[in-house]
Design a protein around this ligand. Sequence first.
Ligand code: 5RP
Length: 262
Amino acid sequence: MEWGMANRLAQLIQSDGKCLFMPIDHGYFQGPTRKLEEPGKTLEPIMPYADAVFVTRGVLRSAISPANSKPIILRVSGGTSMVGADLANEGITTDIEDVIRLNAMAMGLSIFVGTDYEKESLLNLSRLVNEGEKYDIPVMAVTAVGKELEKRDARYLALCCRIAAELGARIVKTYWCEGFEKVVKGCPVPVVMAGGPRTETELEVFEFVHDGMQKGAIGVNLGRNIWQNEYPVAAIRAIRAIVHDNATPKQAQEIYDTVKNE
Ligand code: 5RP
Protein backbone atom coordinates (compact mmCIF):
# COMPACT_ATOMS: atom_id res chain seq x y z
CA MET A 1 0.00 0.00 0.00
CA GLU A 2 1.28 3.48 -0.88
CA TRP A 3 2.32 5.81 1.94
CA GLY A 4 -0.53 8.24 1.39
CA MET A 5 -3.20 5.55 1.51
CA ALA A 6 -1.59 3.92 4.55
CA ASN A 7 -1.29 7.25 6.32
CA ARG A 8 -4.92 8.20 5.68
CA LEU A 9 -6.19 4.82 6.86
CA ALA A 10 -3.99 5.08 9.95
CA GLN A 11 -5.62 8.38 10.84
CA LEU A 12 -9.02 6.72 10.68
CA ILE A 13 -8.29 3.28 12.11
CA GLN A 14 -6.39 3.68 15.36
CA SER A 15 -3.25 1.82 16.43
CA ASP A 16 -5.36 -0.86 18.17
CA GLY A 17 -6.97 -1.63 14.80
CA LYS A 18 -10.34 -0.18 15.93
CA CYS A 19 -12.31 2.95 15.14
CA LEU A 20 -15.25 5.07 16.20
CA PHE A 21 -16.53 7.20 13.33
CA MET A 22 -19.17 9.83 14.07
CA PRO A 23 -21.68 10.27 11.22
CA ILE A 24 -23.52 13.58 11.05
CA ASP A 25 -24.26 13.30 7.32
CA HIS A 26 -27.97 12.46 7.66
CA GLY A 27 -29.15 15.88 6.49
CA TYR A 28 -28.04 15.18 2.92
CA PHE A 29 -31.34 13.38 2.35
CA GLN A 30 -33.26 13.78 5.64
CA GLY A 31 -32.93 17.55 6.05
CA PRO A 32 -32.67 18.92 9.61
CA THR A 33 -33.00 15.57 11.39
CA ARG A 34 -33.91 15.69 15.09
CA LYS A 35 -30.93 16.83 17.17
CA LEU A 36 -28.97 17.61 14.00
CA GLU A 37 -30.71 20.91 13.32
CA GLU A 38 -27.48 22.67 14.31
CA PRO A 39 -24.81 20.06 13.56
CA GLY A 40 -21.93 22.10 14.97
CA LYS A 41 -23.59 22.36 18.39
CA THR A 42 -24.48 18.66 18.40
CA LEU A 43 -20.97 17.62 17.44
CA GLU A 44 -19.00 19.84 19.80
CA PRO A 45 -19.30 17.83 23.06
CA ILE A 46 -18.96 14.40 21.43
CA MET A 47 -16.20 15.09 18.90
CA PRO A 48 -13.36 14.58 21.43
CA TYR A 49 -14.43 10.92 21.75
CA ALA A 50 -14.67 10.26 18.00
CA ASP A 51 -11.81 9.07 15.78
CA ALA A 52 -13.27 10.68 12.64
CA VAL A 53 -16.36 12.55 11.48
CA PHE A 54 -18.52 11.52 8.49
CA VAL A 55 -20.00 14.68 7.01
CA THR A 56 -20.92 16.45 3.77
CA ARG A 57 -18.84 19.36 2.49
CA GLY A 58 -21.64 21.82 3.23
CA VAL A 59 -21.84 20.99 6.93
CA LEU A 60 -18.08 20.63 7.16
CA ARG A 61 -17.50 24.15 5.87
CA SER A 62 -20.28 25.74 7.90
CA ALA A 63 -20.16 23.88 11.20
CA ILE A 64 -16.69 22.44 11.87
CA SER A 65 -13.69 24.61 12.65
CA PRO A 66 -10.68 23.75 10.48
CA ALA A 67 -8.53 24.50 13.51
CA ASN A 68 -10.33 21.98 15.70
CA SER A 69 -11.35 18.95 13.72
CA LYS A 70 -11.02 15.22 13.75
CA PRO A 71 -10.08 13.45 10.47
CA ILE A 72 -12.88 13.87 7.96
CA ILE A 73 -14.66 11.20 5.92
CA LEU A 74 -16.49 13.19 3.29
CA ARG A 75 -19.96 12.03 2.24
CA VAL A 76 -19.82 12.44 -1.54
CA SER A 77 -23.03 10.76 -2.70
CA GLY A 78 -26.49 12.26 -2.74
CA GLY A 79 -29.05 13.92 -4.98
CA THR A 80 -32.14 12.35 -3.36
CA SER A 81 -34.48 13.23 -0.47
CA MET A 82 -36.93 11.57 1.91
CA VAL A 83 -39.83 12.99 -0.11
CA GLY A 84 -38.44 12.18 -3.56
CA ALA A 85 -39.24 9.25 -5.82
CA ASP A 86 -36.44 6.87 -4.82
CA LEU A 87 -33.67 7.20 -2.24
CA ALA A 88 -31.56 4.75 -4.21
CA ASN A 89 -31.16 7.10 -7.18
CA GLU A 90 -27.98 8.76 -5.90
CA GLY A 91 -25.10 10.27 -7.83
CA ILE A 92 -21.63 11.48 -6.90
CA THR A 93 -21.99 15.02 -5.54
CA THR A 94 -18.43 16.16 -4.95
CA ASP A 95 -15.45 16.46 -7.27
CA ILE A 96 -12.20 14.84 -6.23
CA GLU A 97 -10.55 18.30 -6.33
CA ASP A 98 -12.89 19.50 -3.57
CA VAL A 99 -12.21 16.36 -1.55
CA ILE A 100 -8.48 17.10 -1.76
CA ARG A 101 -8.94 20.81 -0.94
CA LEU A 102 -10.95 19.87 2.13
CA ASN A 103 -8.15 17.56 3.23
CA ALA A 104 -10.53 14.63 3.65
CA MET A 105 -9.00 11.37 4.85
CA ALA A 106 -11.62 9.27 3.02
CA MET A 107 -14.76 9.52 0.91
CA GLY A 108 -18.07 7.83 1.68
CA LEU A 109 -20.74 6.79 -0.80
CA SER A 110 -23.90 4.66 -0.56
CA ILE A 111 -24.64 1.61 -2.65
CA PHE A 112 -28.17 0.27 -3.09
CA VAL A 113 -27.91 -3.41 -3.93
CA GLY A 114 -31.11 -5.05 -5.14
CA THR A 115 -32.83 -1.80 -6.11
CA ASP A 116 -33.69 -0.31 -9.51
CA TYR A 117 -30.53 1.77 -9.15
CA GLU A 118 -28.19 -1.05 -8.17
CA LYS A 119 -26.03 -0.71 -11.29
CA GLU A 120 -25.74 3.08 -11.11
CA SER A 121 -24.79 3.06 -7.44
CA LEU A 122 -22.23 0.30 -7.94
CA LEU A 123 -20.71 2.10 -10.91
CA ASN A 124 -20.66 5.28 -8.81
CA LEU A 125 -18.61 3.35 -6.27
CA SER A 126 -16.27 2.08 -8.97
CA ARG A 127 -15.80 5.58 -10.39
CA LEU A 128 -15.11 6.98 -6.94
CA VAL A 129 -12.56 4.27 -6.20
CA ASN A 130 -10.86 4.98 -9.55
CA GLU A 131 -10.56 8.68 -8.65
CA GLY A 132 -9.63 8.07 -5.02
CA GLU A 133 -6.89 5.58 -5.79
CA LYS A 134 -5.14 8.15 -8.02
CA TYR A 135 -4.62 10.31 -4.93
CA ASP A 136 -4.47 7.60 -2.25
CA ILE A 137 -7.82 8.60 -0.79
CA PRO A 138 -9.72 5.57 0.51
CA VAL A 139 -13.42 5.01 -0.10
CA MET A 140 -15.86 3.85 2.56
CA ALA A 141 -18.87 2.16 0.95
CA VAL A 142 -22.17 2.47 2.81
CA THR A 143 -24.53 -0.49 2.28
CA ALA A 144 -27.72 1.57 2.31
CA VAL A 145 -31.21 0.13 2.77
CA GLY A 146 -33.16 3.37 2.36
CA LYS A 147 -36.52 3.09 4.11
CA GLU A 148 -36.49 -0.72 3.94
CA LEU A 149 -34.96 -1.43 7.33
CA GLU A 150 -36.22 -5.04 7.22
CA LYS A 151 -33.55 -5.74 4.58
CA ARG A 152 -30.96 -5.87 7.35
CA ASP A 153 -30.24 -9.61 7.42
CA ALA A 154 -26.98 -11.50 7.15
CA ARG A 155 -27.51 -12.89 3.66
CA TYR A 156 -28.32 -9.53 2.10
CA LEU A 157 -25.71 -7.54 4.02
CA ALA A 158 -23.00 -10.13 3.27
CA LEU A 159 -23.83 -9.77 -0.43
CA CYS A 160 -23.65 -5.96 -0.27
CA CYS A 161 -20.41 -5.87 1.73
CA ARG A 162 -18.66 -8.36 -0.51
CA ILE A 163 -19.65 -6.49 -3.66
CA ALA A 164 -18.44 -3.20 -2.16
CA ALA A 165 -15.08 -4.75 -1.30
CA GLU A 166 -14.76 -6.38 -4.71
CA LEU A 167 -15.28 -2.99 -6.36
CA GLY A 168 -12.47 -1.48 -4.31
CA ALA A 169 -13.90 0.02 -1.12
CA ARG A 170 -11.19 0.13 1.55
CA ILE A 171 -13.76 0.10 4.39
CA VAL A 172 -17.40 -1.03 4.33
CA LYS A 173 -20.09 0.38 6.58
CA THR A 174 -23.05 -1.89 7.16
CA TYR A 175 -25.62 -2.77 9.80
CA TRP A 176 -25.29 -5.24 12.61
CA CYS A 177 -27.62 -8.23 12.20
CA GLU A 178 -28.21 -11.72 13.57
CA GLY A 179 -25.42 -13.95 12.20
CA PHE A 180 -23.15 -10.93 11.73
CA GLU A 181 -20.09 -13.20 11.53
CA LYS A 182 -21.24 -14.23 8.03
CA VAL A 183 -21.11 -10.60 6.94
CA VAL A 184 -17.59 -10.04 8.27
CA LYS A 185 -16.19 -13.37 7.09
CA GLY A 186 -17.34 -12.74 3.53
CA CYS A 187 -15.84 -9.27 3.38
CA PRO A 188 -12.10 -8.99 2.74
CA VAL A 189 -11.85 -5.37 3.97
CA PRO A 190 -12.63 -3.91 7.41
CA VAL A 191 -16.30 -3.59 8.38
CA VAL A 192 -17.82 -0.90 10.59
CA MET A 193 -21.37 -0.90 11.95
CA ALA A 194 -24.01 1.80 11.69
CA GLY A 195 -26.54 2.22 14.45
CA GLY A 196 -29.78 2.83 12.57
CA PRO A 197 -32.78 4.59 14.11
CA ARG A 198 -32.87 5.22 17.86
CA THR A 199 -33.45 2.07 19.92
CA GLU A 200 -35.64 1.94 23.03
CA THR A 201 -32.76 1.44 25.45
CA GLU A 202 -29.04 2.19 25.44
CA LEU A 203 -28.33 -1.40 26.44
CA GLU A 204 -29.65 -2.69 23.10
CA VAL A 205 -27.01 -0.62 21.31
CA PHE A 206 -24.25 -1.66 23.70
CA GLU A 207 -25.22 -5.30 23.15
CA PHE A 208 -25.18 -5.22 19.36
CA VAL A 209 -22.00 -3.17 19.18
CA HIS A 210 -20.32 -5.64 21.53
CA ASP A 211 -21.61 -8.64 19.56
CA GLY A 212 -20.48 -7.11 16.27
CA MET A 213 -17.00 -6.38 17.65
CA GLN A 214 -16.71 -9.96 18.93
CA LYS A 215 -17.65 -11.15 15.45
CA GLY A 216 -14.97 -9.15 13.69
CA ALA A 217 -16.16 -5.60 13.07
CA ILE A 218 -13.38 -3.07 13.58
CA GLY A 219 -15.68 -0.41 14.97
CA VAL A 220 -18.70 1.76 14.39
CA ASN A 221 -20.00 4.59 12.28
CA LEU A 222 -22.88 5.24 14.62
CA GLY A 223 -24.81 8.49 14.89
CA ARG A 224 -28.45 8.70 15.99
CA ASN A 225 -28.07 6.34 18.93
CA ILE A 226 -25.40 8.72 20.23
CA TRP A 227 -26.51 12.24 19.36
CA GLN A 228 -30.25 11.63 19.71
CA ASN A 229 -29.63 10.16 23.17
CA GLU A 230 -30.50 12.51 26.08
CA TYR A 231 -26.91 12.06 27.27
CA PRO A 232 -24.79 11.94 24.11
CA VAL A 233 -21.46 12.20 25.90
CA ALA A 234 -22.39 9.29 28.17
CA ALA A 235 -23.50 7.28 25.13
CA ILE A 236 -20.34 7.90 23.10
CA ARG A 237 -18.06 7.20 26.04
CA ALA A 238 -19.83 3.90 26.70
CA ILE A 239 -19.61 2.85 23.05
CA ARG A 240 -16.00 3.98 22.83
CA ALA A 241 -15.21 1.70 25.77
CA ILE A 242 -16.70 -1.29 23.92
CA VAL A 243 -14.83 -0.45 20.71
CA HIS A 244 -11.43 0.47 22.11
CA ASP A 245 -11.31 -1.09 25.60
CA ASN A 246 -13.22 -4.37 25.10
CA ALA A 247 -15.87 -3.30 27.62
CA THR A 248 -18.83 -5.62 28.02
CA PRO A 249 -22.37 -4.30 27.55
CA LYS A 250 -22.76 -4.28 31.34
CA GLN A 251 -19.57 -2.25 31.80
CA ALA A 252 -20.69 0.11 29.05
CA GLN A 253 -24.00 0.60 30.84
CA GLU A 254 -22.11 1.42 34.05
CA ILE A 255 -20.01 4.00 32.18
CA TYR A 256 -23.19 5.47 30.67
CA ASP A 257 -24.92 5.68 34.07
CA THR A 258 -21.86 7.23 35.74
CA VAL A 259 -21.18 9.81 33.01
CA LYS A 260 -24.82 10.86 32.69
CA ASN A 261 -24.89 11.70 36.40
CA GLU A 262 -21.69 13.77 36.33
C1 5RP B 1 -26.88 8.12 6.79
C2 5RP B 1 -25.67 7.30 6.95
C3 5RP B 1 -25.13 7.26 8.31
O1 5RP B 1 -23.80 7.64 8.25
C4 5RP B 1 -25.28 5.89 8.90
O2 5RP B 1 -26.59 5.42 8.73
C5 5RP B 1 -24.90 5.84 10.34
O3 5RP B 1 -25.74 6.60 11.12
P1 5RP B 1 -26.80 5.98 12.13
O4 5RP B 1 -26.02 5.28 13.21
O5 5RP B 1 -27.56 7.15 12.65
O6 5RP B 1 -27.64 5.00 11.34
O7 5RP B 1 -25.12 6.72 6.07
O8 5RP B 1 -26.89 8.60 5.57
